[in-house]
Write a protein that binds this ligand. Structure first.
Ligand code: GSH
Length: 210
């Protein structure tokens, strides 16, 4: 059984919980509080030298980091992971976009504004850039979603999961989504997907690590 090292309020960790829930894959969940430095202990760094969650133990002592790589691994062979060469490349295109245009801006704003007490004041110099670049990323997504129901092909895939994680909390960190109707409709579509779970959801207690 997989062991997922995750933090409940981390969007990157939520991607993996959402995919595992949708696929009905059981796993052990280990909560790592990055705010208490739990991802920077020698024990954790031995598992993931980047000192970050999510981290998936795929087999004893074999660890996989990077949320989007984990999504490809857990969803491999399922309907969530496109196999057709061009569709797969399109999924990768959006997942790279998520990592370089969305997560560093909306993810950073979410972390400092929604999770860290006093974070808004501490990061006042950076917030303007995050807002400007975050809105630019939302604009790109809006254009695509105005013409397509999902990011890749006609179905929900891991590309949607990757982009959903931080977009669905954007309003918690000052982004106004009222001017992005296609994004809002897509958020609603994802929430009505079978197996959808919220960011607060955890697997059944039996699956929780001791
Ligand atoms: N590119 C990585 C980013 C992972 C990441 O930034 N994780 C954050 C939580 S969302 C973390 O663990 N931060 C703790 C730290 O850097 O010390 C991914 O997609 O998994």
């Amino acid at each position: 059984m997989y062991t997922l090292y995750s933090m409940q309020r981390s969007g990157n960790s939520y991607k993996v919980r959402l995919a595992l829930a949708r696929l009905g894959i059981p796993y052990k969940l280990v909560e790592v509080d990055i705010l208490k430095g739990e991802s920077r202990t020698p024990e954790f760094l031995a598992k993931n030298p980047s000192g970050q969650v999510p981290l998936l133990e795929v087999a004893p002592e074999r660890y996989l980091a990077e949320s989007n790589a984990i999504l490809w691994y857990v969803a491999g062979g399922s309907v969530l992971a496109p196999e057709d060469r061009i569709v797969r490349a399109e999924a990768l295109q959006w997942m790279f976009f998520e990592q370089h245009s969305l997560e560093p801006n909306i993810g950073a704003a979410y972390f400092w504004i929604a999770l860290i007490k006093g974070g808004r004041e501490l990061q006042s110099h950076a917030i303007e850039d995050w807002m400007e670049n975050g809105y630019r990323a939302l604009g790109v997504m809006e254009k695509h979603l105005a013409r397509h129901p999902y990011f890749v092909g006609p179905h929900f895939t891991i590309a949607d999961i990757a982009l959903y994680a931080y977009t669905h909390v954007a309003e918690q960190c000052d982004f106004d989504l009222t001017r992005f109707p296609a994004i809002r409709a897509w958020l609603d579509r994802i929430q009505s997907e079978p197996g959808y779970v919220t960011m607060d959801w955890q697997p059944q207690p039996l699956a929780l690590a001791q």
